[in-house]
Design a binder for this molecule. Structure first.
Ligand SMILES: [Zn+2]
Length: 291
């Protein structure tokens, strides 16, 4: 008897930004209970998700992005890898016909496990992208490397430090720390601190189009765009995270760049518009031609 698939197919969606082709690549999902949000009751959070036409679920999408062009193949974040038994970045990359050895740069938004877990294998020294330089904000590297921060962290967050340090060590002398500015031709790092101290976005400007890959500015796009004051337990500094989110949303509504983010709804690109005294997010539907 024919067996029917019980899981989703690999998630891929391509978008042209001038000379660059940007591919959203789904790594997997994490179930993040609404109880981890501050500033909203779980029942209200569920109502907002349903009002946006989303399924009744607190499953959060985890994506990474590939940027190809100008002789480079760049990965933005590495997904979670095999931690917690989920993570499909390698499968999605294979479906996109991208060999991990082709990746010449990995640009990190920050070093949480759902962004760096996929950069190493089951053994943290097994580098998944052997030809890549790992680039991240200086503050991010310092934060996770600091023993004082490790000892002050709650027990539940201590594994985050150990994984980040393992990944930094695995990439060894191919790790580069940067501050705001150019990291590749036409690609600027934008420091967006709060969620973590070195949390950063990447702005890609090429031709008439501009794309901001904003990392974890939102974990629940259908909640936190409309209500930027809602924060999540993983924020290192929740007040700063909320302030940064408000500023980025204001910029996105005024300048109208295309937005990408690691926890946006798939297919992974959206626009932000002003709505009353707040903001609204509009997912860009999958398009059969490369635009
Ligand atoms: Zn995340």
């Amino acid at each position: 008897m024919t067996k029917f698939a019980q899981v989703q197919a690999p998630g891929l969606n391509r978008r042209q930004i001038g000379d660059y082709t940007v591919t959203a690549v789904v790594d997997g999902i994490i179930d993040v209970p609404f109880e981890l949000l501050t500033g909203i009751k779980p029942a209200e959070a569920e109502e907002m998700i349903l009002a946006a036409g989303r399924p009744r679920s607190s499953a959060m999408t985890v994506s990474a992005y590939i940027i190809e062009g100008r002789g480079r193949t760049i990965l933005i974040d590495g997904g979670a890898g095999g931690i917690n038994g989920w993570g499909g970045l390698q499968v999605a990359l294979a479906a996109a016909n991208i060999d991990p050895r082709q990746i010449d740069h990995v640009l990190l938004t920050h070093a949480h496990p759902d962004h760096v877990g996929g950069l190493v294998g089951a053994s943290p020294s097994a580098v998944q992208f052997p030809n890549a330089e790992l680039v991240l904000h200086e503050e991010e590297y310092k934060f996770w490397s600091d023993d004082g921060n490790l000892s002050r962290a709650p027990e539940a967050a201590q594994p985050f430090f150990h994984l980040a340090r393992s990944v930094f060590a695995a990439y060894g002398n191919r790790l580069r720390t940067v501050t705001t500015g150019d990291v590749a031709p036409g690609i600027d790092l934008v420091h967006l601190p709060g969620h973590t101290p070195g949390h950063s976005g990447y702005r890609i400007s090429s031709g008439a189009e501009s794309l901001l890959i904003w990392g974890d500015i939102v974990h629940y796009p259908n909640i936190q765009v409309q209500r930027p004051a809602v924060t999540i337990a993983f924020d290192v500094d929740s007040a700063a995270a909320s302030t940064t989110r408000r500023a980025v949303l204001a910029m996105a509504a005024a300048e109208n760049p295309l937005i990408a983010g690691m926890h946006l709804n798939f297919p992974g690109f959206a626009r932000v518009r002003a709505s009353g005294d707040s903001y609204a997010i509009f997912d860009e539907p999958w398009c059969p031609i490369l635009i």
